[in-house]
Design a binder for this molecule. Structure first.
Ligand SMILES: Cc1cc2nc3c(=O)[nH]c(=O)nc-3n(C[C@H](O)[C@H](O)[C@H](O)COP(=O)(O)O)c2cc1C
Ligand SMILES: Nc1ncnc2c1ncn2[C@@H]1O[C@H](COP(=O)(O)OP(=O)(O)O)[C@@H](O)[C@H]1O
Length: 318
């Protein structure tokens, strides 16, 4: 997969079959569009192209109150697109100035003159360009003039999958990992760096790698305990994750993400860790004593081991 930042280095993509969008989550609906561009590219001996924007348009247009949380960081998105097998990704730097580009100029200057697009695949209700004046109908009008094809993704096709990034975000907010994972077509992921915590974990027999997620836009699921699978130091390790404020230990409001890895005993401070969230176990609780917390964590471990041994490993992306 080739990733282009901007358009300067884009040249001679053979018969580009292109779609446009943010594609947060690269969920089943997005995957359907990607399959469609893949099929068309195969038919005409062309290559697939996803034209996407970074930073997310809403953070640029409404920097103060975008209120946006994203299912994926840019890196996670590119990884998933690579796994799915898109040929070319154009990551266009979104700016206020760019947002004022009229739809017709965008199509003529970017898609036609620069990319030499062969086919544009677009949802029946997709809008783009200044004042969102670009639409399916608009593209269909421009097509004969500029010599490209337009393929519509119908309302029925969209309704059939009945998936949206908003639905996935809402599911994650209530800890409904099952729904999120079903819509994503694979487990929700978190990536970060292992940082120092308070050093209490080791003392209670459950060391926990504290994960610092650098991207402040990344959506973190609801507080609670989850069965997870992690990739760390090139290995895949099962474990359990706690997200929350650890009310048994202190009264701070700081939210932490920590993972206890099973059958693992290594120093992994500063290592990069990827977490696949498999299942929600329970909400975070305040216990009367550390001993009660330990009993509960022992129980969580049993439950998690059972869950993970039942799950077919091929289903996952790692
Ligand atoms: C599987 C698991 C479940 C946890 N559940 C809770 C909980 O319900 N309530 C709580 O206060 N802390 C909970 N914790 C957090 C522990 O208090 C925390 O892991 C421990 O204090 C280690 O902190 P440290 O990494 O800063 O040393 C849980 C931790 C794990 C690994
Ligand atoms: N099984 C394990 N799961 C998680 N971390 C482990 C494990 N074994 C060793 N470690 C190491 O121990 C650290 C966590 O120990 P802990 O006592 O909880 O300290 P801290 O509060 O600094 O996170 C991890 O960051 C990692 O480097």
């Amino acid at each position: 997969m080739k990733v282009f930042n901007g358009l300067e280095k884009v040249y001679s993509i053979p018969n580009p079959v292109l779609t446009i969008g943010t594609f947060d989550g690269v969920h089943l609906g997005h995957q359907k569009i990607l399959e469609k561009i893949k099929r068309r590219a195969e038919e005409i001996g062309g290559e697939t192209v996803l034209f996407t924007f970074h930073p997310h348009p809403r953070t640029v247009l409404f920097p103060e109150h975008h209120n946006l949380k994203l299912i994926q960081t840019q890196e996670e998105k590119l990884d998933k697109l690579r796994r799915i097998g898109v040929d070319n990704i154009i990551v266009y730097p979104f700016s206020k100035e760019f947002s004022r580009t009229p739809a017709t100029s965008f199509v003529r200057d970017y898609l036609v003159n620069k990319i030499k697009v062969h086919t544009i695949v677009i949802g029946y209700d997709h809008q783009f360009g200044k004042n969102r004046e670009g639409s399916l109908e608009h593209l269909q009008e421009l097509a004969p003039m500029f010599g490209f094809e337009v393929i519509e993704i119908s309302a029925r096709e969209v309704d059939d999958v009945n998936v949206s990034s908003t639905k996935i975000r809402k599911a994650l907010e209530r800890g409904d990992i099952q729904t999120a994972n079903t819509f994503l077509g694979e487990p929700f992921q978190l990536t970060g760096k292992v940082v120092k915590g308070k050093g209490i974990g080791r003392g209670i027999g459950y060391p926990t790698a504290n994960i610092e997620v650098a991207d402040e836009l990344k959506m973190i699921p609801a507080n609670g305990v989850y069965a997870v699978r992690c990739q760390v130091k090139g290995r895949i390790v099962s474990g359990m994750m706690n997200i929350g404020v650890r009310p048994t230990l202190d009264d701070s409001e700081t939210r932490t993400i920590e993972v206890n890895l099973f059958d693992f005993r290594e120093d992994i401070y500063d290592e990069k860790i990827l977490v696949e969230v498999i299942q929600f176990l329970r909400s975070e609780k305040r216990f009367e004593s550390i001993d009660e917390l330990i009993l509960q964590i022992q129980h969580d471990e049993k439950t998690t081991r059972n869950i993970l041994s039942d799950i077919s490993m091929e289903l996952h992306s790692l």
